[in-house]
Design a protein around this ligand. Structure first.
Ligand SMILES: C[C@](O)(CO)[C@H](O)COP(=O)(O)OP(=O)(O)OC[C@H]1O[C@@H](n2ccc(N)nc2=O)[C@H](O)[C@@H]1O
Ligand SMILES: Nc1ncnc2c1ncn2[C@@H]1O[C@H](COP(=O)(O)OP(=O)(O)OP(=O)(O)O)[C@@H](O)[C@H]1O
Length: 314
């Protein structure tokens, strides 16, 4: 499919770029009556991007490009379309829009690519339709669309609580370099949380101050300390569902990673490197050992969903 980022423009367009994320720490309490789990998490936005282009259409429709485009639904379940509908319902807009998604974040990989599309679509439609909602209202709609969506609007580094949607910005110094081991067969987030419930009943509520040391390390720009403090309560559940992850984690560790962790609900493995060059070395080690279907490198933290220069904003 054509990459619309490179295609000549034919009419008014709004372009938005939104990042993926890694949970540097993810602590999960026991399931609440509403079906969600209480979280204490530290998010970092990373430089793998979803690019969303909004252009004129009589209806609401979506198209997708990128290496895993065929895994993404283009019906009403698409998170970008759901975001457009939610914004239209809130503001009373009944115009159409065509949203083209170019996906750079692994699909169903635990890096919140769909959530990034939703965050980007909210900003893109808000600019395209000229609804100019205040940031807090966009955040409210984002939280209704999914627990991770508010963070992809915000970006950088943040502490998440509630079901992951209540955010406080965190200070972070320096640049963190990552290698990611990606698998073609994704994991369903709901399935991983269900496996988490099965593995250990009766978890204590996550301690809100559980990540004091990690937050200190981030403030100090101490990458080795951050690496040592990477943590994911969903990791055992993801490994149970995708046992090959054990090998991916150990190959990345043997390549000298400062820390390795399954990203969010998995199955992407995130390895923190000493430098950009070292991230390439870890990625090459994962490829050579055949423990990932593909590899990516990126750095963080980076901003949340942003309009790209040159957009035709109303
Ligand atoms: C694993 C993480 O990526 C970590 O940031 C998120 O917790 C997942 O966030 P998300 O993909 O936006 O998830 P949602 O779309 O809100 O929920 C999908 C499903 O995941 C489970 N879910 C999600 C968030 C949460 N705090 N507890 C849950 O149990 C629920 O079964 C829910 O039905
Ligand atoms: N715009 C979208 N992009 C990707 N997947 C989408 C989208 N809309 C709906 N989906 C569906 O959602 C599923 C999860 O996609 P996504 O890539 O967001 O997973 P994820 O990164 O594991 O999510 P998270 O980290 O937030 O738990 C996909 O398998 C797909 O069926």
């Amino acid at each position: 499919m054509t990459d619309l980022r490179l295609a000549p423009r034919t009419g008014r367009e709004v372009r938005v770029r939104a990042p993926g994320k890694v949970n540097l720490s993810l602590r999960v309490g026991s399931r609440r009556p509403d079906g969600y789990h209480p979280l204490a998490t530290v998010f970092q936005a990373v430089s793998l991007y979803e690019d969303v282009v909004a252009s004129a259409s009589d209806e609401l429709r979506v198209s997708v490009s990128g290496p895993q485009a065929d895994l993404v639904p283009t019906d009403d379940s698409n998170l970008a379309l759901r975001a457009a509908r939610a914004l239209a319902a809130r503001t009373g807009v009944d115009d159409g829009v065509h949203l083209h998604l170019h996906k750079g974040v692994p699909v169903a990989g635990g890096m919140a690519g769909g959530s990034a599309d939703a965050a980007a679509a909210l900003l893109a439609c808000d600019a395209f339709w000229g609804t100019a909602l205040p940031r807090e209202e966009l955040h409210e709609i984002a939280a209704e669309l999914g627990s991770d969506v508010p963070f992809l609007l915000m970006g950088q580094t943040a502490v998440g609580s509630g079901r992951g949607d209540l955010l406080t910005a965190a200070l972070s110094r320096g640049e963190y370099h990552w290698a990611f081991g990606v698998r073609d067969a994704g994991l369903s987030t709901a399935r991983v949380y269900a496996e988490f419930d099965d593995l250990a009943a009766g978890h204590p509520e996550p301690a809100v101050d559980g990540d004091v040391a990690l937050l200190q390390a981030l403030r100090a720009g101490d990458a080795p300390a951050v690496g040592a403090l990477l943590h994911n309560d969903l990791q055992d559940a993801a490994v149970e569902l995708a046992p090959g992850l054990v090998e991916t984690l150990s190959v990345a560790e043997d390549a000298g990673a400062l820390g390795v962790v399954v990203s969010g609900s998995g199955p992407t493995v995130a390895a923190l490197a000493r430098s950009r060059q070292h991230a390439l070395v870890i990625a090459a080690a994962m490829t050579a050992a055949g423990v990932a279907d593909s590899v990516l490198t990126a750095s963080g933290p980076v901003p949340g969903a942003r309009l790209v220069a040159g957009s035709d904003v109303l």
